[in-house]
Write a protein that binds this ligand. Structure first.
Ligand SMILES: [Zn+2]
Length: 215
């Protein structure tokens, strides 16, 4: 009986391991950058990213010591911020999450996209090399690749994007890109038709304004 049980376990082990490695993402989510996150706005048109509740070990600037050489929105609608240190420097996961994409992707070159538990996605591209695969769980600060100039890039750097429901927004709302620190507050994402409006959430704004009016 014992032998049968052992044999069964050995036989089933590859099946169990295979099931655990199965990617939680659909074929499209693994293939395309711009895809909606299933169920993200199912209950409400608003989503709040509570940056203020993150502990020190739960976030990391993607390229420590890096300098922004091209900000979001520049050059006719740059979809991210270009951060530079030197060639083959270590790129780090900004937050805990699961790798959705890791592959060469058109002008992005070698690209990594991570989906975080709060719905935010971060993207890192032009990498010389990726260290992670789709379906991998990563921790904030974990090395995910090396800076390069793959795809359409004129210098070694990381092109860093923040996305909600597949749509990019200014990463300066999440990180102070100059100080390389996390913003201490709350970010409000509102679904507006097919678009998403992302803003710093200031719940006390109206109160403050009213107070000013009274004075
Ligand atoms: Zn860029």
């Amino acid at each position: 009986m014992k032998n049968i049980l052992i044999s069964l376990t050995v036989l089933l082990l590859p099946v169990i391991i295979h099931a655990q490695n199965k990617s939680p993402f659909s074929a499209r989510e693994i293939k395309d950058v711009r895809v909606a996150t299933p169920g993200l706005f199912a209950k409400s048109n608003h989503l709040y990213l509570h940056l203020d509740s993150l502990q020190e070990h739960e976030y990391a600037f993607p390229l420590p010591g890096g300098k922004v050489i091209s900000a979001y929105g520049t050059r006719g609608g740059h979809s991210g911020a270009d951060i530079k240190t030197c060639a083959k420097d270590t790129i780090r996961a900004a937050f805990d999450g699961i790798v959705r994409m890791s592959k060469p992707y058109y002008a992005y070159g070698n690209l990594v996209v991570i989906r975080h538990p709060n719905g935010l996605e971060t993207l890192y591209s032009h990498n010389f090399k990726n260290f992670v695969q789709s379906g991998d769980t990563v921790k904030a600060g974990q090395p995910i690749g090396l800076t390069g100039r793959t795809g359409r890039a004129t210098t070694e750097h990381v092109h860093f994007e923040t996305r909600i429901n597949g749509q990019h927004f200014n990463p300066n709302l999440i990180f102070d890109m100059k100080e390389k620190t996390l913003r201490k507050g709350c970010v409000k994402c509102t679904k507006n038709g097919n678009g998403i409006v992302v803003k710093t959430h200031t719940p006390d704004n109206r109160v403050a304004q009213n107070n000013q009016i009274k004075k």
